[in-house]
Design a protein around this ligand. Sequence first.
Ligand SMILES: Nc1nc2c(ncn2[C@@H]2O[C@H](COP(=O)(O)OP(=O)(O)OP(=O)(O)O)[C@@H](O)[C@H]2O)c(=O)[nH]1
Ligand SMILES: [Mg+2]
Ligand SMILES: [Zn+2]
Ligand SMILES: [Zn+2]
Length: 471
Amino acid sequence: MEKQPASKNYFFDKGYRDVGNIIKKAWKSAYAPLKEEVGRIGDIFESNITCGIITSIADIILFPVVTVIYMAATIIFSALLICSFAIVGFFAYLFYSILYLTDTLFCVFKRISSSCSKCQSKFLLPVYECPHCGEKHTKLRPSSYGILKRKCLCGYKLPTTFFNGRQKLDAKCPVCNENIKDGGHHSEVTIPIVGGRSAGKTCFITQAISALGNEAYKLGLDYKYSPVDSDDDYIQTVNSMNAGYTPDSSNNLRLRYYQFYLSPKEAKIKNLISLCDIAGEVYSNRENLNDQIGYKYANAFLMIVDPLSVSGYAKEMQARINLVEYGYSNDRLDEILSLLTATLENMFCISSSDMLKTTVAVVFSKGDIPGLDEKIGKSAIKKYMKDNNVSNKYDAQNAVCEEFLKNYGEANFLNTLKSRYKNVQFFTSSALGHNQNGKAFVSDGVQDPILWLVDSACPSINLKDRWGKKL
Ligand SMILES: Nc1nc2c(ncn2[C@@H]2O[C@H](COP(=O)(O)OP(=O)(O)OP(=O)(O)O)[C@@H](O)[C@H]2O)c(=O)[nH]1
Ligand SMILES: [Mg+2]
Ligand SMILES: [Zn+2]
Ligand SMILES: [Zn+2]
């Protein structure tokens, strides 16, 4: 463990020195009278040969007896001291081990972790600041620097576990020093939103968060939006969308975190959900993509698919609608997915034949395109369920979306999805309900994909009644 601005616990440091010093002193004080005794006997021999012969003999006999008593007393004293230190030390180490293990297991089972919205790194424990002197403490857990508390060099005692208040301290990212929420006492779920230029990512994220805010209570969940310290434009985007304007094309070439809490009511450890937006142009630039280490720490991915980016379908629709009014995306789905897959392979150091153990929600956007409902929307699902005797609408959703992709020439994209990602679920949504026309936007189906991914990632959330199966 790296050096901390704190003094070490007695049983891990000074205790050993104290025991050593006491034993050393004991042996020294036992040795001094013996030395005196040897000197005295020598004197008797030299100066008192005639009359003191009897006394000398008595002294000579007494000497080994005295020596043995002194030695025995010192050995017993040293042994007693070592034993008592060992016994007390044993209990101190036992307490340390139990506390360390309990704190670690608590963090593992409750999935406690934090992500940095600035540098994208993910970690179990942030760096904590001493409230008195501002010194930074890393690895603030039971250790040689303190079992239940760590004494900072300024004298302030910092709690070393979540059980005694570590989360009340100010927490920082260990990499870039950004503020970390809740003192790191939450379970963080990071979901990057993938999709090409104009696919509908920003509209979807904004409307999905708003919809969750309005409806979480119906699912018995507590919701609260939590803006990131630097650069959070969520409220601004909501206001402008409520006024009937679509957001500008994103220009952030790094993941931008939108964070909210979504947890069962009265939950002691809250789930902090991060939806990460990025400019769609990043998905055609390998280097930019490689820089987003947030992908490596993602719990799941959500891929937004503009149906009009499926070229076969766009061609068919050209005669019916003005594609420009739907802000259609020109970026090829298979290319975006291949680039994302190659980036993840690289980050996880896996080969191109290995499966990526992640859940992906593939969400068709712009579900208000005329006629799309009959192909992949609610009507298509209903028909598929009836015709094929399928009882689960999410299974039917998968079937109709896969059919759509195959029919319109996106078999490559579908194959990569199904062969490389462990868990794929399709959804259809409309973030706006209609093109920008001055009227209020009405979203549909935007919360389901997020809830699906959150349910898959959070043990504390179980929405099996909604899905008709346990995820
Ligand atoms: N009709 C309709 N149009 C939509 C919908 N969602 C998005 N759009 C259109 O698609 C355009 C792009 O949406 P954005 O959410 O900005 O797309 P993006 O993926 O964030 O794009 P970049 O920021 O450029 O990467 C919008 O300006 C709308 O014109 C929808 O649900 N219905
Ligand atoms: Mg955008
Ligand atoms: Zn301090
Ligand atoms: Zn950071």
